[in-house]
Structure formats: C-alpha cells, structure tokens
Design a protein around this ligand. Structure first.
Ligand code: GLY
Length: 379
C-alpha cells in the first residue's frame, strides 16, 4: 500500500491524524480541506477526554471505544509532541461532575449508579469534599462524582501539532479546496473532484469531512453517512488569582437551567460550553446561548462573574444517527469512512487515526472498529 495514493476529504483532527499516520509510513497522502485545516469542529471543541462523564448505559460500544482511545492518549501525546516539537496541553487532573440542588443530587445518584453498573472507576463526593478539591466551587454544591481518569487536551494546540507533524512527513494539504464529489466507477472509488473542477485519482479515498460528510456528491444514497450538524455555542474566560479551577467541572441540572462544563487551560483560559442545538448549518451566536453558558458557569463557580470574557464562538458537531462514529470499510471498494464523531472527536482521534491507517496499510479491519462500520445503518 506504500506506493498507493490516498486522498483524504476533510482536514480536521480526524483527517490530519489518519494522514499523519499514513504519511509517517511512507504513503503518498493528500488532504483536501474546504476552508482552513482544523478550524471547524476540531477548533471549536473543548478538548475533554471524557468517556466516563459522557457514558450512557445504552451505548456500551461507544464507551469501550472511548476508553480504549483514552488509554492511547499518553502514547499519542508522546509521539505527536516529539514529531511536532510542541506541547499539546495534555492534562490529567480529572473531572468533577457536580450538582447544585437536591434534584441534581438525585440525578447524580442515578448517574453514579449507572456508572457503577458499567464498572467505571468513579467516586462519590459530598459538596464539602468537592470544594476541598476545588475551593472556587459554589457553596451550593450538594454532591459530586469524581472521574479521575477523564482528562483533557488543548485541541487547538493539537490541531497545530497534527498539521505540522503531517506536513513534516511529506503529507500534502490543500486548504480552501472543497471536494464536491467522489468519483465511483463500477463500485470502486476512483478519485475526487473539487469545487474548482480539479480532478484527482486515488487508490483509496477517506471521507472525514465531519458534519459536511453527507453533503459530498457521488455516493449512492443508501450509503451516504447519516451525519448532521449539531450546533454548540461556547465562550472563554480568563482565570485570575483566587478564581481558578484545575479539574474539568461539569454540572448536572435536573431541571432548568442548562448543564455546562468548564475546562481550565494551562494558559489560564477557562473554556465554557456548550449548547446542543439542532439548527442545521446555522452558526450564529445568540444572546440566549451566551446567557445560559454564563449563568451555568456562574452558578458552578460564582467568582467567574469578575472574569474577563475573552472569546465567544460556535461549532458544528458531526452527529451520527446513534451518536457513535462511522469508521472503516464501506460497500464501495477503496472508500473508507472516518466521520460522525459527534461529542467525542478529540477523544476518539488517536484510536481513529491508528485503526483507520492500519486498515488502509494492511487491509485488515480490527475488532475494535468493526462495530462502527456504516453497514449498521443499512436495512
Ligand atoms: N463533548 C462536549 C460537547 O460536545 O459539547
């Protein structure tokens, strides 16, 4: 496979991660990115590596994949930081899921019970114990669940590192070059055509275009990846002395208002997210969205009221029909999917990059990604 030409549609963390692994093995790789590499969902994300906090009892396969990817993170960080000669801000302080009212405590207990049923390594804390770990938390905190193994990475640094590592291995990156269609001949993917009319033949085509994946023409309707945009509004505050946290903080609100998460960065930024909105490709920031984020953050950590507001933004998560990614072979020969990572794109980058590149280089699908093929949606 080394001499073959691989075309990747989409230059987010998934496309760049797969491209880097392939280019490192000597393959000829070209990535087509419709705008700037890594500036869509990969940039908008908060970088939480949270298979435990985001675990759902009805999604055991996704929990397993997320946990496997989290376990790969130390190796991934070592390799990527060495290749790119820069830090990607990987932090291992862990995550606290907090409640602020008696109703929230009931919901937390329910969550804790299902985490225990799943055999997850989580600890129940009183409000006081949570505040001993994070003194900036509100005195209203009633209880918390500690997920020590849910870590975080600075996704924007990871984007920069991946682009650098990929290009240093000889990977070709075409930015502002949207792929309009995939060319399929006799059931075999043979190339791509860009919106500018450029045609390129390839031996393997990888579709990793995030929430745009279903928009690419040329695919039979039956196997079009069922991926839609799910909007998230976010903002960043600047932490100051006395108003800092070290853990990722997530709120659980049984009733109104919205649950939020707060993610502290090494450079002092505090990322606050996120709304979850079914608004198609609308990327507008709204007063209501920002209001809910600020209110949720203020309820968890009242001191944020004093902090400078640095940035606001929105992103579109690539949500699949069952919230799990779509990975691996398709009914079309030489067409590989790596899309639909929804709320877990940053977490799932290492396992997607290692497994999909191995599939392309060896032709063998591992047990790990077999449950995530697009076939699961076919009647
Ligand atoms: N994983 C966090 C989010 O999608 O908002």
């Amino acid at each position: 496979m080394k001499n073959k030409k691989i075309l990747i549609i989409g230059g987010g963390v998934i496309g760049l991660g797969i491209g880097w692994q392939l280019a490192k093995s000597g393959a000829a790789v070209t990535i087509y990115e419709r705008a700037q590499a890594g500036r869509a969902a990969s940039w908008a994300a908060a970088g939480m590596l949270a298979p435990l906090a985001e675990a759902h009892i009805e999604e055991p396969e996704l929990l397993k994949l997320g946990s496997q990817s989290l376990a790969l993170y130390p190796q991934w960080v070592r390799e990527l930081e060495a290749a790119a000669e820069m830090s990607i801000g990987y932090r291992v302080e862990g995550t606290l899921i907090i409640g602020l009212e008696p109703d929230d405590t009931h919901q937390l207990r329910h969550l804790y019970a299902s985490q225990q049923d799943l055999g997850l390594d989580v600890t129940w804390l009183t409000g006081r114990a949570a505040r001993e770990i994070e003194p900036a938390l509100s005195p209203r905190v009633t209880a918390a669940i500690r997920c020590e193994s849910d870590h975080q990475v600075d996704n924007r640094l990871m984007v920069k590192a991946l682009q650098r590592a990929y290009q240093r291995c000889g990977g070709v990156l075409h930015e502002n070059s949207a792929v309009e269609s995939i060319h399929i001949e006799n059931g075999i993917a043979a190339g791509v055509k860009t919106r500018d009319g450029e045609k390129q033949n390839g031996d393997v085509i990888v579709l990793s275009a995030g929430c745009e994946s279903a928009q690419i023409q040329g695919l039979p309707d039956a196997i079009r990846p069922p991926v839609r945009p799910v909007k998230g509004q976010m903002l960043a505050l600047q932490m100051e002395a006395g108003i800092t946290v070290k853990n990722v903080i997530r709120t659980v609100r049984a009733r109104y208002p919205m649950s939020v998460y707060l993610v502290p960065r090494t450079d002092g930024r505090l990322i606050v997210g996120a709304t979850t909105e079914e608004m198609g490709f609308d990327t507008r920031l709204t007063a209501g969205g920002v209001f809910e984020l600020l209110r949720g953050a203020w309820e968890a950590v009242p001191g944020v009221y004093e902090l400078p507001l640095l940035e606001t933004w929105t992103g579109l998560r690539p949500g699949s029909r069952d919230n799990a990614p779509i990975l691996g072979e398709t009914p079309i020969e030489n067409l590989i999917y790596a899309t639909g990572h929804y709320r877990n794109g940053i977490l799932l980058t290492p396992i997607t990059a290692y497994e999909v590149s191995k599939l392309i280089l060896t032709g063998e699908t591992s047990e790990t990604i077999a449950p995530f093929r697009v076939d699961r949606f076919l009647a």
